[in-house]
Ligand binder design. Structure first.
Ligand SMILES: C[S@@+](CC[C@H](N)C(=O)[O-])C[C@H]1O[C@@H](n2cnc3c(N)ncnc32)[C@H](O)[C@@H]1O
Length: 218
C-alpha cells in the first residue's frame, strides 16, 4: 500500500474504515494507558477518527499523523477546529487547541516530532499495512517512544485466505513476534466481532475476532 493508494481512497471518499463512534475498546481500556490530563497521546495513521475527539475530551493533547491532507482538512472542518497550518521539525502540521496533527508519512516521523509522548493508541494503523511493512512499523514505533511508554493497539484476526487486506489479519501471535523485542505485549480483551466489520463480511470473511493488546515499551 503506497501513499498513492491511500490518497486516492480519500479522494474517492472510499473510507469504509471510518467509524462515526469512538471504538468501544478505547472507551473500555483507556485507563490502561495510565495517562493524566494534559499528557500527549500519539495516534498513528489517524484519519479523521472520532477516537481523536474522544481522547481530546479526556483532556489529552492529541498528536496525530495522517498522510492525506484531505483527511486532516475534513477532521478540522467536521469538528469545527480553529487552528493554523504550520511546520514542525520539517513536517506540515495542523495546530489547534489540544490537537497537533502532522500531515505526512509515519515513517518520516522522528522522536523530535513526538517530544514528551509516552502513550499511543493504534486503531487501523498496523492492520492497514501489508506484512513486510508491519515489521518496519513495529521498529519505527519502538524508535519513536521512550522506555515506559504504553500503546493500546486494536487488531483482528480472520482467515486471510478469505480475502486480502487492507485491513489485514494481524493475529496476537504475529503481534508478539513484531513487538516483543522492544515491548512487553499483553492481551487485554478479545471478542468475536464480524458484526462490526460488515465490509469484510461482504468480501467473504466468515469469522473475525477483534482484540486489544497493551504494548509496554521496555
Ligand atoms: C485504515 S485507515 C485508519 C484511520 C483511523 N485510524 C481510523 O481508525 O479511522 C488508515 C489511515 O492511515 C493513513 N495512512 C496510510 N499510510 C500512512 C502512512 N505511511 N503515514 C501516515 N498515514 C498513513 C491513510 O490515509 C488512512 O487514513
Amino acid at each position: 500500500m503506497d501513499e498513492e493508494f491511500w490518497l486516492k481512497r480519500w479522494e474517492k471518499n472510499d473510507i469504509g474504515f471510518h467509524k462515526v463512534e469512538p471504538h468501544r475498546y478505547l472507551l473500555r481500556l483507556f485507563d490502561s494507558l495510565h495517562v493524566r490530563p494534559g499528557d500527549p497521546c500519539f495516534v498513528p495513521l489517524c484519519g479523521k477518527s472520532q477516537d481523536l475527539v474522544w481522547l481530546r475530551a479526556r483532556d489529552l493533547r492529541v498528536v496525530g499523523i495522517e498522510l492525506s491532507r484531505m483527511a486532516v482538512e475534513a477532521f478540522v472542518s467536521e469538528n469545527k477546529l480553529h487552528g493554523t497550518w504550520q511546520t514542525r521539525s520539517g513536517m506540515p502540521c495542523y495546530l489547534a487547541a489540544g490537537f497537533k496533527l502532522f500531515c505526512g508519512n509515519f515513517f518520516e516521523l522522528t522522536a523530535a516530532h513526538l517530544s514528551g509522548v509516552r502513550a499511543a493508541y493504534d486503531r487501523g494503523a498496523l492492520v492497514a499495512m501489508p506484512p513486510e511493512m508491519r515489521v518496519h512499523y513495529a521498529l519505527h514505533l519502538a524508535g519513536l517512544l521512550p522506555s515506559g511508554s504504553r500503546v493500546l493497539l486494536v487488531s483482528y484476526a480472520y482467515d486471510q485466505i478469505e480475502t486480502y487486506g487492507p485491513p489485514f489479519s494481524v493475529p496476537v501471535d504475529e503481534i508478539k513476534v513484531l513487538f516483543e523485542e522492544h515491548f512487553q505485549v499483553d492481551l487485554l480483551e478479545t471478542e468475536d466481532s464480524l458484526w462490526s466489520h460488515q465490509g469484510l463480511a461482504a468480501r467473504g470473511v466468515t469469522q473475525l475476532s477483534e482484540f486489544a493488546v497493551l504494548l509496554n515499551r521496555r
